[in-house]
Write a protein that binds this ligand. Structure first.
Ligand SMILES: CC(C)(COP(=O)(O)OP(=O)(O)OC[C@H]1O[C@@H](n2cnc3c(N)ncnc32)[C@H](O)[C@@H]1OP(=O)(O)O)[C@@H](O)C(=O)NCCC(=O)NCCS
Length: 252
């Protein structure tokens, strides 16, 4: 199991606690049974674009429950990726999102997308195949977002998904046009915005913005970067940040 945890980029400090808390038919029979049931649904969902998983309520779904479930079905999704011709490198880059989320609770429905095979990380960006034939673009928060890396990711997506998906959509606070009042026109966020045509109405997303800019559950809003100052000043004026939907063509 340690090898799988390394492959998933699980931070070292969490590896032993995860192994030691793995449900066991003798020590924790109720939890073990819940895990088997959950894994059987996860396995059944592989290859589907939606998830039918209903996660058990606490206390069965203790801190690492969903992590143990994804870990248990790791060989199944890796086998399926290989059958689909997904390279080991893409498989690892995709599934290692689990390792980055080990400190966060409540991410199981997000991670189910990776583990039923709809979402892939291709370079800097993630792409999720939706049932309506559009790719949803997601932006992992693990480094800057230079335009060249995005170009590379979209080119990879065009090749990876072939002609099957030509339209992409992004629902994000990063597409809020109000950011243009605060960030430089050549900042990565503004240049990312310029790829998309914004559609639909704005949706208030102050909590999302606070999570992505100051961290989950942040109560203090430090003003260390241009963006942090922008977010905090805007909110202090009683204004809101919005999630916007943008679309683009990735292949014509
Ligand atoms: C998207 C992201 C990678 C862009 O970062 P970036 O490439 O540095 O973006 P920019 O070049 O436009 O940054 C402009 C300024 O904002 C700051 N900034 C950008 N994103 C920041 C963040 N999440 N937190 C704090 N400051 C941030 C930069 O440091 C820079 O400030 P500076 O000029 O004072 O140094 C980054 O915001 C991020 O990691 N976000 C979390 C993931 C996310 O929001 N995903 C979308 C979910 S819907």
């Amino acid at each position: 199991m340690y090898e799988a945890l390394r492959w998933l980029d699980v931070p070292e400090a969490f590896r032993q606690p995860l192994v030691e808390s793995m449900p066991d038919p003798d020590r924790t029979p109720e939890l073990w049974l819940a895990l088997q049931e959950t894994c059987s649904v996860l396995r059944g969902d592989i290859g589907s674009l939606t998830s039918s998983q209903r996660w058990p309520d606490p206390p069965l779904s203790q801190r690492y429950f969903y992590f143990h479930a994804f870990l248990t079905v790791l060989p199944d999704i890796r086998r399926w990726h290989a059958e689909q011709g997904v390279s080991d490198q893409i498989s690892q880059a995709t599934l290692a999102d689990l390792g980055t989320k080990v400190t966060q609770l409540g991410k199981q429905n997000w991670l189910a997308r990776h583990f039923h095979g709809s979402l892939y990380r291709l370079g800097r960006l993630q792409f999720d195949r939706t049932p309506d034939g559009v790719l949803e673009v997601h932006i992992p928060g693990d480094g800057p977002l230079p335009p060249s890396a995005c170009d590379e990711s979209f080119a990879q997506a065009a090749a990876f998904f072939g002609g099957e998906y030509s339209r992409a959509v992004c629902h994000s606070w990063l597409l809020d046009e109000q950011l243009r009042d605060y960030l430089r026109p050549d900042s990565n966020i503004i240049r990312f915005q310029q790829r998309f045509t914004v559609i639909g109405d704005p949706v208030v997303a102050d909590d999302d913005v606070i999570e992505f800019v100051f961290g989950e559950g942040a109560t203090e809003l430090p003003r260390e970067t241009t963006l942090q100052r922008a977010i905090a000043d805007h909110l202090a004026e009683g204004r809101h940040w919005h999630q916007r939907t943008g679309r683009l063509v990735i292949r014509s």
